[in-house]
Structures are given as structure tokens and as C-alpha cells.
Design a protein around this ligand. Structure first.
Ligand code: ZN
Length: 319
């Protein structure tokens, strides 16, 4: 993800190619530095979600961390270098979630922004509508087993809170998800769930129940096996932003996302007043090309010289 050159100290951004690494949040595609014995800059919650005691490397002079939305503990990195401000958003969201606050839009000269949904056709439907549809689906199938597929970290906890608040239901989750839910609870987020394998879960599974499972299990074939084992009809749904753009082999797909979509990505870019934008993550070259077409000075992170070892300070000065 690039290396930030700050006063002689190199900081790898969601990567591990420097002694000091910034880990924006606890999703596994951002946390490789933890397995490489590096000095880590991350929020306490990110350390805890990864099963580590919080031990953040002291922040270099001129750098600070800011709320990014997205999931518990997700932060942006802001660095002031030679009077220029650089911001790396990591994955972020601008909406108020059930378990997250909106990301703060930081003014800067150079903005390195997550470009997961940074193309014009990647617009997500209204979040309120999606929430209503999920709640309706769960209520309509109250006499059946309902399997909701979601990522273990972040989305599962968002969905638990949604089910608690909108349906009055405490869903069953896997023991792996149970660990992450406990970290959320320790961090002050109210969640009510049942861990699989406990007597409480066995009791709940004697009749119709709602379970949150990994995305790969919320499908027709797993549903059919479960239906045979429990003698009840099973309904399946995936809960991911990608459900807005792809069909999944499930009864329903609900595009509830913890990322900024195209509109929110553009809002961040405009309100940050950035003079230069670096697109990072999936589709970064297409996203940068689109931004250039509409008059924004943008470059794809993957096209920067030396790929991993680019100096962003250099990039800021080579405008
Ligand atoms: Zn993420």
C-alpha cells in the first residue's frame, strides 16, 4: 500500500515493507504486518480484535490517527510533512452505522483514498431501505431457519445490532465470531448474541432460529443440508455491498456495506480539498482514470514507481 516517508521514518501503509507499519483496521487484507514482527501503529481496538495486547508504536511527530467508520477500531492516518498534509483513509465509511461513527473528512494536500467503490457504476442503494428489507426478510421467515452470510469482523457485529434493534432477535454466531463480538462489547458497543455450541444455542436451535454464518455458507446447498438436519425450511441471504452488483446462490442478497460507495468517495475527495489523489485498493487504475477524466489530479497507487517502495513525500512534491 505504499510507504510514507515522514522525517526520515518510513511507515508502511497497510503493508509490511518498512520497520514501522500503520495498520488501518483489523480486516485480514490489511494486517500482514502483525505476522512480520514489525512495530505497529494501530488503534487499541485493532490490536484487541487481532488477539494482541494494545502496544501502539509512538506516533511520529506530525502524524495523528482519526476515526474512519468502516468497523470497530478503523482509523485514518494524517501526516504533516514540510507544511504539506497527507492523509491515508484506509477503508472508510461516511454513514452512521449501528456500531461505527462516520469517518471524519480530513482536509489535506495529498489524499490516498480507498477506491473499493470509486467508479460511477458502483452506487449502493439507500442504507435505510436495505435495513428495512433485511428486517422484513427476517420477520417474514420467523417460522423458518434464517441464515445470514456476513464477514466475521465488522459486518457480523453490525448485523447483530441491526437484528437486536429492528427485530428484537439475538442471532446465533460461530465461536470465531463470538470472540470479535466480545471485543466489541468490551469496547462499549451493546450487542446481544448467542454463541454456537453453548447450552443457550442448543436450546435456541430446538425451533426456528436466525444465525449469522460466513458468506460462503449462506447458500442453497448448505441451506438444504441444514433443512434436512433440523426438519425445518431454511432461507438464506448474503449481506455485503457486493450484493448490489452480483448474484449470489442464496434466496436474497442485501447490499449493506461498511465502505463508502461512489458518491461518498467523491464527497470525501471534494470536501478534503486535496490537490492530488492517490487511489488505493481494488480497481485503483480505473478509479484514477475516471478522476482524471473529470479534472482531478489522480494516480493509481499500483502505478506509482517501485510499487511497494514508493515515497509518498516524493509523490507530494512531484505534482
Ligand atoms: Zn476493511
Amino acid at each position: 500500500m505504499g510507504v510514507l516517508d515522514s522525517f526520515g521514518l518510513q511507515i508502511a501503509l497497510d503493508d509490511y515493507d518498512a520497520e514501522v507499519c500503520f495498520v488501518s483496521h483489523a480486516h485480514t487484507d490489511h494486517t500482514k504486518a502483525f505476522s512480520k514482527n514489525r512495530k505497529i501503529i494501530a488503534s487499541d481496538e485493532t490490536f484487541l480484535l487481532l488477539g494482541k495486547s494494545p502496544s501502539c508504536h509512538p506516533l511520529p511527530q506530525g502524524t495523528s490517527l482519526h476515526q474512519a467508520g468502516h468497523m470497530l477500531g478503523a482509523v485514518q492516518l494524517r501526516a504533516e510533512l514540510d507544511g504539506q498534509v497527507f492523509v491515508y483513509t484506509g477503508d472508510f465509511s461516511l454513514h452512521q452505522g449501528y456500531t461505527t461513527l462516520p469517518a471524519k473528512i480530513l482536509e489535506c494536500d495529498t489524499l490516498m483514498i480507498d477506491s473499493t467503490y470509486a467508479l460511477p457504476h458502483l452506487r449502493l442503494p439507500s442504507r435505510a431501505d436495505t435495513i428495512r428489507k433485511i428486517a422484513k426478510f427476517v420477520r417474514q421467515n420467523e417460522n423458518k431457519i434464517v441464515l445470514l452470510g456476513a464477514y466475521l469482523r465488522g459486518k457480523t457485529q453490525e448485523l447483530i445490532r441491526l437484528l437486536n434493534e429492528e427485530c428484537g432477535i439475538a442471532p446465533i454466531v460461530s465461536s470465531k465470531a463470538d470472540y470479535f463480538c466480545k471485543v466489541y462489547r468490551q469496547s462499549g458497543i451493546k450487542l446481544d448474541w448467542i454463541a454456537a455450541g453453548t447450552p443457550e444455542a442448543q436450546e435456541a436451535m430446538k425451533s426456528a432460529f436466525v444465525a449469522i454464518v460466513p458468506l460462503s455458507q449462506a447458500n442453497f446447498s448448505f441451506g438444504a443440508k441444514l433443512s434436512e438436519a433440523f426438519g425445518l425450511e431454511v432461507k438464506t441471504a448474503v449481506v455485503t455491498g457486493w450484493a448490489a452488483f452480483h448474484r449470489f446462490p442464496a434466496d436474497e442478497g442485501f447490499p449493506l456495506s461498511d465502505h463508502a460507495d461512489f458518491r461518498d468517495t467523491m464527497r470525501y475527495i471534494h470536501e478534503s480539498n486535496a490537490k492530488k489523489v492517490i487511489c488505493a485498493n481494488a480497481s485503483d487504475r480505473e478509479a484514477a482514470a475516471h478522476l482524471r477524466r473529470i479534472g482531478i489530479d489522480a494516480v493509481a497507487k499500483s502505478s506509482l514507481s517501485g510499487s511497494h517502495q514508493c515515497s509518498l513525500l516524493e509523490c507530494m512534491h512531484n505534482k
